[in-house]
Design a protein around this ligand. Structure first.
Ligand code: SIN
Length: 283
């Protein structure tokens, strides 16, 4: 199969053409995909009419898959390797547990001791307008900080929680998240284990910095998130049905914008590839 690549934006991302993920890939094809993944941070595969099993099988080529024990309400009942990102109501008519998933800048599973290497999200039902996802390049975010700021943040650790921003803090789901995912400290600067490059590791799931009060931490966190999400570092993805989007959680961050009409269905399914251990529980 001859593969071609098209850049998605100046900052990050490439579309791969000429691949059918429903068919087995040779090692040489996978190697090309893998090296483009490391170079671009995001890969887009359009028109992939694949099954859940094929989605899982392709994802496994990148590493062991998370079974989403830290997000039990959101996983597919029959496929624990699939995380539902859906606003389709539950069978009993209740609002979907994952309706607001991802609606804050984050890197997947940063609130666990095995933050994700990468995620593969499959667009199944996409609203006619909107439902976009934005991504940002965290190498660029780090590289463009001043030397003084780099030196200041190098030894700092952010406290990551599994809570979401847009929902009521007191729902059963949020209480469960606090119980099963106690806060975890992660370095603000991490070295990508495959490229050796430094990337900023921050986001809107970071509530404070270790050893500082929330009041002291907030201006630093807010500045770093604002800096990391400057438009020139960002790619905005407009979903189409049968898109598969793969991103590297070690050097990108993303946000689901929720920019679609109430009443429109948005249903996507995600596999999450486990990363290397990072972070520690706070005493
Ligand atoms: C996610 O954060 O994995 C979901 C992103 C999206 O729904 O666009």
């Amino acid at each position: 199969m001859s593969l071609t690549f098209r850049p998605l934006s100046h900052a990050l991302g490439a579309e791969i053409q000429g691949v059918d993920l429903g068919k087995p890939l040779s090692n040489s094809e996978f190697d090309q995909i893998h090296s483009k993944f490391l170079e671009s941070g995001i890969l887009l595969f359009r028109n992939q009419k694949i099954t859940r099993e094929q989605h899982i099988a392709f994802s496994r080529r990148f590493g062991e898959l998370d079974r989403h024990d830290s997000l039990p309400r959101d996983r597919h009942p029959d496929y624990p390797e699939l995380l539902l990102v859906t606003n389709i109501p539950e069978k009993d008519g209740k609002e979907s547990a994952s309706k607001y998933t991802g609606q804050q800048w984050h890197s997947d599973m940063s609130f666990t001791l095995e933050p994700s290497l990468g995620s593969l999200l499959r667009g199944i039902t996409i609203p006619p307008v909107g439902g976009d996802t934005m991504f940002t390049n965290m190498y660029m975010a780090y590289d463009t900080l001043s030397d003084g700021m780099k030196k200041m943040i190098e030894p700092l650790h952010g406290v990551h929680t599994g809570r979401r921003k847009v929902t009521d803090r007191d729902t059963e789901r949020e209480r469960e998240q606090t119980r099963i995912n106690p806060p975890i400290a992660q370095p603000l600067v991490r070295v990508h284990p495959e490229t050796g490059r430094k990337a900023l590791y921050i986001g809107e799931k970071v509530s404070s910095l270790v050893g500082m009060t929330e009041e002291e931490s907030k201006p630093i966190i807010d500045y770093l998130v604002r800096h990391a999400t400057r438009p020139q570092f960002v790619y905005r993805h407009q979903w189409r049905q049968d898109d598969i989007l793969l991103w590297d959680n070690r050097c990108t961050m993303h946000i689901a914008l929720g920019d679609y009409a109430e009443g429109e269905i948005r249903h996507l399914e995600r596999t999450t590839v486990k990363g290397t251990p990072s972070g520690y529980y706070l005493q």
